[in-house]
Design a protein around this ligand. Structure first.
Ligand code: GLA
Length: 401
């Protein structure tokens, strides 16, 4: 069982934590709530590999979602989001009959509650109040942060004893079933399991993982937010999942059955070229070559060769843009402008794409200079000021107080 004990509290509560505690205490004055946190993430390499059984390399950010939570004396579940300025409550008995597509943002916490309550008895009601400081819809996994904050708090309040991996799987199932996104496990595992000071190398075929340290004196991770918001359910995300499943079926028929698209090699793909439609062929080429990039990239990272790692990161962006077609002009300008600088090892979109954020791996101390140059190119092209943030890698979900 993974460690579930409270992490040492950081020196000062963040603004979002203070806000959610104050709002909770005003609404439910007699109860001292539990305060928990789950982070968002960036992904260094391994774009769209998680649902193809590949390896991914996320890093948790130190921004995420806070939840103030307490048991109720009745049998209602009440959830409130300060970011969305919305509240939803309902009798536990009626939850299962609610149409998930009418819940809006509440589908995330309610989905987690429902998945969990199918595994263990949860008859007593609960209050869950949320506030996040991770940008929403920006590719930093605010959704997984919301799900894992919920899962972690419920696990503590109901004293269930699920370990971190089980909680990540519950959150993932909730996103698939109640939000309707056919995503892989990366975001939920990153939010649940990340350790400070490095990336999580997650083998999505079986959920095994290892930590890969990243020396802070070798590289800074600069997050560049295009401010182009998107909701993944409204993008081509689920189409990409379907296109990959189609390519996998052809490869399985023609080259022998393997479980995942990431299990095939380039020569397999070449041998079925005439049988795959051109779009499926491009998607599969991205997946197969991206898997190789992650494997080589991890070796470079482990040996401290940031230049080679950066080359893999640049190639990953090109492939997600050209073969996977999930980039957009905003993300291309951010990454091209960053990667043209001598102080940048590499740059790529992070998360699903379609908008949101990109990252640049920058020589230590050079992030402000890089931000200025990239902001100038972005302003000239789009007339908008992007946002920048030097990532401090954070811990996975935890109890704050
Ligand atoms: C989103 C999904 C993840 C993953 C990434 C792309 O963040 O939630 O499961 O597929 O996109 O790598």
């Amino acid at each position: 069982m993974a460690d579930q004990s409270p992490m040492p509290e950081s020196q000062q509560l963040s603004k979002a934590a203070e806000q959610v505690l104050a709002a909770f205490q005003k609404a439910v004055p007699r109860v001292k709530p539990l305060l928990c946190f789950a982070p968002g993430r960036v992904n260094l390499l391994g774009a769209h590999l998680d649902y193809n059984g590949g390896d991914v390399l996320p890093v948790a950010v130190d921004q995420g979602v806070y939840v103030a939570a307490a048991m109720r004396s009745d049998a209602r579940v009440s959830v409130c989001s300060l970011n969305e300025q919305a509240r939803f409550d309902c009798d536990i008995d009626e939850l299962a009959s609610l149409a998930a597509n009418r819940l809006g943002w509440a589908a995330y916490p309610i989905g987690v509650f429902l998945v969990m309550s199918k595994k263990v008895e949860m008859h007593q009601g609960v209050d869950l109040w949320f506030a996040g400081d991770v940008p929403i819809g920006a590719g930093l996994s605010s959704s997984a942060a919301l799900e894992l904050a919920t899962a972690f708090a419920l696990n503590e309040l109901y004293q269930i004893g699920f370990d971190r991996v089980e909680l990540a799987r519950i959150a993932h199932q909730a996103e698939n079933e109640y939000v309707g996104l056919d995503c892989g496990i990366m975001d939920q595992f990153a939010s649940a399991l990340a350790a400070s000071g490095g990336a999580l190398l997650l083998h999505c075929r079986d959920g095994s993982f290892e930590q890969v340290p990243i020396a802070a004196d070798q590289v800074e991770i600069l997050v560049m937010n295009s401010l182009k918001q998107r909701s993944l359910g409204e993008t081509g995300f689920n189409d990409r999942v379907r296109e990959c499943a189609g390519a996998l079926r052809v490869l399985q028929e023609e080259c022998g059955h393997r479980a995942f698209l990431c299990d095939y090699q380039q020569q397999d793909l070449e041998s079925v070229a005439g049988k795959l439609d051109p779009v499926a062929h491009k998607r599969a080429r991205h997946v197969i070559l991206e898997m190789q990039r992650v494997q080589k990239g991890v070796q470079s990272l482990r040996s401290g060769d940031l230049s080679r790692f950066g080359e893999a990161v640049n190639a990953s962006h090109r492939s997600t843009a050209v073969d996977y077609e999930v980039s957009c002009p905003e993300l291309d300008v951010l990454t091209e402008s960053a990667s043209s600088l001598p102080t940048v090892f590499g740059s790529r979109l992070t998360g699903a794409g379609f908008g949101g954020c990109a990252i640049a791996l920058v020589k230590p101390g050079c992030s402000s200079e890089v931000s200025e140059v990239v902001a100038e190119s972005f302003r000239c092209r789009f007339g908008v000021e992007p946002a920048f943030y030097v990532l401090r890698s954070g811990l996975g979900m935890r109890r704050i107080s």
